[in-house]
Design a protein around this ligand. Sequence first.
Ligand code: FMN
Length: 240
Amino acid sequence: MQRRPFLKGVGVVTVVVVGGGVWRAYDQGVFSVGQGPAYEPWKDWRNNSDEGALALVRAAILAASPHNTQPWLFKVTNSSIVLYIDTKRNVGALDPFLREEHIGMGCALENLMLAAAAHGYQATATLLPGKLGPIPAESKPELLARVDLVSGKHEETNLYDAIPRRHTNRSAYKPQKPIPPQFVDTLSRLASEEPDVKLFLFTAEADRKKIVEVSSAANAEIYSDPDVKRGSDRWIRIKE
Ligand SMILES: Cc1cc2nc3c(=O)[nH]c(=O)nc-3n(C[C@H](O)[C@H](O)[C@H](O)COP(=O)(O)O)c2cc1C
């Protein structure tokens, strides 16, 4: 299988083709800020008119993952994409049962399914049953899901269009910057049609301060565990 132009020379982010067509995307600079080759997949993800099912992987790798570990591997053929989790790419004691990594895999699968519809595939996802367990000492790719692809109708949804906009910008917070009231209003109505979701918005300064203090204390507490810190530091390039 040939590497496509976007895959050549991308520097920090590399998509590797292993024999037999197993794909993997990885990014070694986790909390990198700004522009650069690591951001190319965000720009190029739709330039893919001629590459069939591989285009869906471009969308999948834009998914969120814990500490940007991107634990996914893809095996791509014309009629299916198989998803594996690479259990080596873990954050250690912060996520001892790889629960968060599996959520990241779900995010990638969701992007893939949205992209499948946008590319005119009817996609059927089959999840493998299984239980979470401790991080395996002998790490090897584990099969999580299979997506079967047949020709279907093109359906470009709002969620598909939103894929490149769901992205951490790594910029500093500006706590004094006011949030426009109409934005708060939009947020407050987001869950109005979701009977199982309750949304609480805290806009008063005293409430905000309390939340900042509580979450900051929780953060300090968890990272005071040396095992947690070690597992996490592995993925953090830029430190304060
Ligand atoms: C299960 C899960 C847990 C996450 N937990 C945190 C978190 O605690 N704090 C945080 O700042 N980001 C968290 N993230 C966001 C990731 O750091 C982020 O997705 C990743 O760095 C990639 O950046 P991107 O989402 O902009 O592509 C989490 C993401 C996932 C999928």
